[in-house]
Design a protein around this ligand. Sequence first.
Ligand SMILES: C[S@@+](CC[C@H](N)C(=O)[O-])C[C@H]1O[C@@H](n2cnc3c(N)ncnc32)[C@H](O)[C@@H]1O
Length: 270
Amino acid sequence: MSPQRPPESLPDPAWERFRSALERALGIPLHQYKEPQMKRRLGALMQREGLANWDAFARALERPAILERVRDTLTINVSEFFRQPDRFLELRDVHLPRLMAERPRLRIWSAGCSIGCEPYSLAMLLLELDPNPRRHLLLATDVDFGALARAREGRRYLSNEVRSVPRPYLEKYFVAEPDGTYSVREEVKRLVTFRHHDLLKDPYPTDCDLIVCRNVIIYFTEAAKQHVFHGFAHALRPGGLLFVGGSEMIMRPRDLGLVPSAVNFYQRAA
Ligand SMILES: C[S@@+](CC[C@H](N)C(=O)[O-])C[C@H]1O[C@@H](n2cnc3c(N)ncnc32)[C@H](O)[C@@H]1O
């Protein structure tokens, strides 16, 4: 007797229609996201919103408030400055000084930079460590044009997005606006170059000293993860560093020429 297929693997045309509508509405490819997880989260949201089925949900995507809730549910753009501050401080105190001692002009890539909190945090570290920070290249990329537009603006950050910023940095590198939001100062903004890039389609930069890719691949399928990690291993120079998110881990990193070097950090073997 052949084993029964789980219901999630059965074709579901209504779900397929909804997913296509969602891809169009968000403007980002969703095929790399783990489908059961995505379906479960969106199914719960559909119920909360009182939407009868996937077709009704697809029509509701025209409402900006619903689309915003979908983004939040999938944590698509959720970000904050100095996410896991202890990791960023280790980067400042240990890893960046080493990389700077090895090469005077660093090539840093923040992949999946969302609304800019991550690359701007890195820019602040460069400002702290180097009197001439503009000699470094700090490239920040994302697949989502909307997130990139917000990142380029560098303003309207909410208090929960700046909650982990060390207090002296908040005073030095941000402007507290009258409406309670925060803007990043010009000296920070001009260190970052933003560009559109799809981690699953586009060629990767080369010769990077540091790649920061955090909380991007958590919902990717295994095949998509492998593609991305393989790409990062090739994009790093020997001795270069990959900085991943708190819940992300590379299985068998040595197969890719990467060596775990600290919590959430992998080094490209020489
Ligand atoms: C949860 S945010 C993480 C932001 C930031 N790295 C952080 O840790 O705070 C995930 C980001 O990955 C981006 N992303 C998703 N799929 C992508 C892909 N295929 N290529 C590039 N970026 C992608 C999303 O658009 C989103 O901005």
